[in-house]
Design a protein around this ligand. Structure first.
Ligand SMILES: NC(=O)c1ccc[n+]([C@@H]2O[C@H](COP(=O)([O-])OP(=O)(O)OC[C@H]3O[C@@H](n4cnc5c(N)ncnc54)[C@H](OP(=O)(O)O)[C@@H]3O)[C@@H](O)[C@H]2O)c1
Length: 283
C-alpha cells in the first residue's frame, strides 16, 4: 500500500469488507469502488492445508480471480495478479520460462494455475507475476520463522534439495508500481485497454540468484550473528525433502527466468542476498 500510494488513492478492503471466498462480495466491492487498477496479492497460501481444503483454496485462488477479471473487463480496469513457482512440477534444473509447461504437484499450485487461466480467459487487461519464496521484515514468513526458532533451539534442520530464490515483497511492490506507472504513461490518461493489450501476459518475477531453503536459512542466521555477536543461534543442518515429509509435494526446482520482465519493463528483481541484507537491517 505504501509503495503504490504515489500512483493515486489506494483502496485496500479488509477481509471482512471483501471476502475472497465469497464471489458476490468480490463483485460488489469492485462495482462499488470502480478502480482503474486491481492489484491482487490476496490468496489462500497454506500449501499443506490446501490438500485437505481444496474447495476453499479454489474459491480464493481461482474463482475470486475469475470474478476480478470479469469485473475488470466490464469497467476497463487493469488487473495485476500474483502467482507462483508452484504451478510447475519442479523437474529439471533450468530456470523456468513463462512458456514452459505447467504441471502443479499440489492443490495450492493447481488452484493458482486455475486462477491464472481464469484471469486470462476473462478478457481483462492483466499481468500475472509468478514469484517465489516471498518474505519481508513483517508478517508471517520463512525468514522470521527461522530467526525466531534459531534463537530458541540448538539445531534447525532445513531442506537443502529444493532450489529457488527468495523474493522480497517490497521488491515486488516496487516492480508493480513501476509497471503500473509505465502503463499509465503510455495510456496518457486515456483508456488502458490498448496499452494492456500489449502487455497482458505472464511474467516471472522472483529474486535474482539461487539458493536452497537451507542456504537461505544459513545465510540469514550468519548475517544476524554478525549483527548480534553476543547472541547464541541454532546450528543450521541440511536435510533432504524426504527427511521432512509434508502433506503437499513441493517442486525441487523453483528457479525462475525473469528475462521477460526485464525485456518488457526494464525491471530487474534484486539479488536475494542483497534484499536479505536490507530486510535484516530493518528488523
Ligand atoms: N509466500 C510465498 O512464498 C509465495 C510464493 C509464490 C507466490 N506467492 C503468491 O504471492 C501472493 C502473496 O502471497 P503472501 O505470501 O503474501 O500470502 P499471505 O501472507 O498468505 O497473504 C495472503 C493475503 O490474502 C488474504 N486473504 C486470504 N484469504 C482471504 C479471504 N478469504 N478474504 C480476504 N483476504 C484473504 C490474507 O488476509 P489475512 O491477513 O486476513 O489472513 C493475506 O492478507 C499470493 O498470490 C501467493 O500465491 C507467494
Amino acid at each position: 500500500m505504501q509503495t503504490l500510494k504515489p500512483l493515486g488513492e489506494v483502496v485496500a478492503p479488509s477481509r471482512t469488507e471483501m471476502d475472497l471466498a465469497n464471489p458476490s462480495s468480490v463483485r460488489e466491492t469492485i462495482r462499488a469502488v470502480r478502480p482503474r487498477w486491481i492489484v491482487n496479492p490476496g490468496a489462500y497460501t497454506a500449501v499443506d492445508k490446501a490438500e485437505s481444503e481444496p474447495d476453499l483454496a479454489y474459491a480464493i485462488n481461482a474463482e475470486a480471480v475469475r470474478v476480478m477479471g470479469q469485473e475488470a473487463r466490464a469497467i476497463g480496469a487493469g488487473v495485476i495478479h500474483f502467482s507462483t513457482d508452484y504451478v510447475f512440477d519442479g523437474s529439471g534444473s533450468a530456470p523456468y520460462v513463462e512458456t514452459d509447461a505447467t504441471r502443479p504437484v499440489s492443490v495450492y499450485g493447481a488452484s493458482k494455475l486455475e486462477g491464472e487461466r481464469a484471469l486470462a480467459e476473462s478478457g481483462a487487461g492483466h499481468m500475472i507475476f509468478r514469484t517465489s519464496w516471498v518474505y519481508a521484515a513483517r508478517g508471517k514468513n520463512f525468514l522470521l520463522t527461522i530467526l525466531k526458532l534459531a534463537r530458541e533451539r540448538e539445531t534447525l534442520r532445513v531442506v537443502a534439495d529444493q532450489y529457488g530464490a527468495p523474493t522480497w515483497s517490497r521488491d515486488l511492490a516496487r516492480m508493480t508500481t513501476e509497471v503500473i506507472g509505465q502503463c499509465e504513461t503510455a495510456a496518457r490518461g486515456q483508456e488502458l485497454a490498448a496499452v494492456l493489450a500489449d502487455s497482458s501476459d505472464i511474467y516471472h518475477a522472483a529474486g535474482a540468484g539461487e539458493t536452497t531453503w537451507y542456504g537461505f536459512a544459513a545465510e540469514a542466521v550468519r548475517l544476524q550473528k554478525e549483527k548480534e555477536p553476543g547472541t547464541r543461534f541454532a546450528a543450521i543442518e541440511a536435510i533432504t525433502t524426504a527427511q521432512y515429509p509434508t502433506p503437499a509435494q513441493r517442486p525441487a526446482n523453483s528457479r525462475m527466468n525473469c528475462a521477460r520482465l526485464i525485456e518488457r519493463f526494464g525491471w530487474k528483481m534484486m539479488d536475494w542476498r542483497d534484499s536479505l541484507r536490507e530486510v535484516l537491517a530493518e528488523l
